[in-house]
Design a protein around this ligand. Structure first.
Ligand code: FES
Length: 652
């Protein structure tokens, strides 16, 4: 054919089109991802493209300078009034006149990628749940008895091929004056729906709406609630904020909250009210920070553990407190903000990821979505360390998951000088091989304790305690330097050769830092502290080891440490302790807040929701409590690093 050849980059899609075909039309026909909000009326500029001129040997075309049409009045008007980047054209106005190579820049793509900073992490592909559509609605007429909404829906159908679009009552309540104000031209935000939801009008504006709509990715933890406000079109995080979970006043940890609900008649209701009001305060703050109206928040995704999940939804967590730990539902949930008293747009969609099992919640599902063990070529072990450790082992073939009751020791609880990670907490430890005395580093100070100026630097907070990552390094260093033996006993000063060891009742303790002369604290590690860490790390290791048994392997290719805690622990020390299986140090990486990232992926990519639901259904769940091998592994793993298993890589 003599019709001009059109090649789109970066997709590489190509086809021949009759002279005079608008670039947007050619893109549509080839399935090229080119955005449009105004439907080709030259108003929105979402369809911007960059034509290339000259020789394109790779595509076998020469592009003449007149390959696209001259600027028409609509395009010229847009450029004069709003400006266009040099070299850009409006794809809906420029028409094909000769062979041409057309680049679609990222901001003109609906399905653009948000790049993640970590090398091993997949980029986030945007597939927006909610899109804006500019439409021209037929005016009412004495001869046509239809309602305004029916004509608006007809316009969505004719101009955008959107069918069966639903509108809630509140849209009906605001729609008529907006249609008239816009002179029958309006922009609507439509939630496109997915398997369980039909498309739904979320908001309506007169004329062309320049703004955007937003969504929230919320990580509802038992201690803190963190939220990211995202632009649903670009994927950009516009504001982030966090608050303490107000449920803390009913109990520090999950089980104490479950028992509060059991002991008090209205206990569960009180906690539901508390978490929802905390959430609303957080959303108000975040919308204030971003300078946007709460009503512009039209979608939201929540990740949380099973107890938080039930309390947030107003479901009594009673059953989660006792075997067999039955969830009210393990499926993903699709609700409306109004159903659970949230202060964002009342029709805003609320999506909760599926729970994996009674102990393994939507937060773990979000970790799986973020880290994608089901797509990994090599065998990856993912651990999310908290009061419970959630553990995944898998690759493309299959994924196994379990949870293991590590207890709160890794968070600094139940350790004599333990504390949460905060300024003043010891986070790093090194023991001198000669003197067997420790040097420490505390959060909020760049100096080690034996460097000049340390005491002045920390005079604000002082040294206040040891946080989770600090206690891991501490115990690992004590083991390496012979202060603690493999079964976990601290030796005498004579046995260890350390002046920091002192008799403490029937056992020995190790002095880490002493500021009593200056009226400060005295921080020690007792043999009981070592015991707590042994229990916690044994639980973690035996969960991982059990999954390895089930998978039929005795080593893993790589280890991913998820969660805030995982971001701070040193792989070497974790391995010296025998907390994680033996693996090359450079194959142990931290994923940061993977649950939060998973929430953001589900928010920005509507298709990811169905994907993670299928992934979770396919995960093999292993219940550690009923596996005899778990106990066996646990006993062996109580030793440091392990009573029976060698750590060849660690020891090489
Ligand atoms: Fe809106 Fe081209 S599609 S300006």
């Amino acid at each position: 054919s003599n019709d001009p050849l059109v090649v789109f980059t970066p997709s590489g899609k190509r086809g021949r089109f009759a002279k005079g075909t608008p670039v947007l039309t050619a893109a549509r026909q080839l399935g090229v991802d080119l955005d449009s909000v105004c439907g080709g009326r030259g108003i929105c500029s979402k369809c911007q493209i960059s034509p290339g001129y000259g020789e394109f040997a790779k595509h076998g075309v020469y592009v003449a300078s007149d390959a696209l049409s001259e600027w028409n009045s609509v395009e010229q008007r847009y450029k004069d009034k709003r400006g266009l980047i040099e070299g850009r054209r409006l794809g809906c106005q420029a028409t094909v006149q000769g062979d041409v190579v057309i680049d679609v820049p990222p901001e003109s793509q609906v399905h653009r990628q948000v790049v993640r900073k970590r090398a091993e992490a997949r980029d986030i592909l945007i597939n927006p749940s909610t899109k804006l559509f500019y439409i021209e609605v037929a005016e009412p007429d004495m001869h046509d008895p239809s309602g305004d909404l029916e004509r608006l829906r007809d316009a969505l159908h004719e101009q955008w091929q959107l069918e069966k679009v639903h509108a809630d009552l509140h849209i009906l309540q605001i729609m008529q004056p907006i249609l008239r104000k816009g002179n029958w031209k309006v922009t609507v935000a439509v939630h496109l729906g997915d398997q369980e939801n039909t498309p739904r009008i979320m908001n309506i504006w007169p004329g062309f709406y320049e703004g955007t709509v937003y969504g929230l990715a919320v990580d509802l933890g038992s201690t803190t609630i963190a939220a990211h406000l995202c632009d649903l079109q670009t994927g950009e995080v516009v504001a982030s904020s966090g608050v303490m979970n107000p449920q803390i006043r009913f109990g520090e940890d999950l089980m104490s909250r479950v028992s509060y609900a059991m002991m008090n008649e209205k206990g569960a209701e009180e906690m539901t009210r508390a978490v929802r009001s905390g959430m609303c305060a957080l959303f108000s703050q975040i919308s204030l920070d971003a300078g946007i109206d709460l009503n512009l928040i039209v979608d939201s995704v929540f990740v949380c553990n099973p107890v938080m999940h039930h309390l947030f939804l107003g479901i009594d967590p009673f059953e989660l407190g006792q075997a067999p730990f039955a969830l009210a539902t393990s499926n993903a949930l699709r609700l409306r903000a109004g159903d659970i008293d949230l202060n964002i747009h009342p029709s805003a969609r609320v999506y909760l990821l599926p729970c994996i099992a009674g102990h393994v919640g939507a937060d773990a599902a979000a970790v799986a979505l973020s880290e994608a063990p089901d797509e990994s070529e090599d065998l990856v072990l993912i651990v999310d360390v908290g009061t419970n450790a959630e553990i995944f082992l898998g690759n493309r073939e299959k994924v196994l998951a379990c949870s293991s009751p590590t207890g709160p020791a890794f968070e600094g609880a139940q350790i004599s000088s333990g504390q949460r990670a905060a300024p003043g907490a010891i986070e790093r430890v090194e023991i001198d091989p000669e003197t067997k005395l420790p040097r420490i580093k505390v959060i909020g100070c760049d100096l080690w304790s034996d460097e000049p100026g340390f005491e002045e630097e920390i005079s604000g907070t002082g040294v206040t305690g040891i946080c989770g990552s600090g206690i891991i390094e501490m115990v690992a260093e004590m083991r390496v330097h012979g202060i603690v033996d493999a079964p976990g006993l601290i030796g005498s000063p004579e046995q260890t050769g350390s002046a920091a060891v002192f008799a403490d009742g029937r056992t020995y303790s190790y002095l880490v830092y002493d500021a009593t002369e200056r009226g400060g604290p005295r921080i020690t590690v007792t043999n009981r502290d070592i015991r707590e860490i042994q229990m916690a790390k044994a639980a973690l290791y035996s969960g991982a080891r059990l999954l390895m048994d089930k998978f039929g392997v005795d080593k893993v290719d790589r280890v991913v440490l998820a969660g805030a805690f995982g971001a701070h622990i040193s792989p070497k020390h974790a391995m010296i302790l025998g907390m994680i299986p033996d693996a090359p140090f450079d194959k142990v990486t931290s994923a940061g807040n993977a649950a939060g990232t998973g929430a953001r992926i589900a928010l920005l990519n509507i298709a990811a929701r169905a994907e993670i639901e299928a992934t979770v259904r396919a995960i093999h769940k292993i219940e550690t409590a009923i596996e005899p091998r778990f106990q066996e592994h646990f006993v062996n793993a109580s030793a440091i690093p392990n009573a029976v298993e060698p750590f060849p890589i660690l020891n090489s």
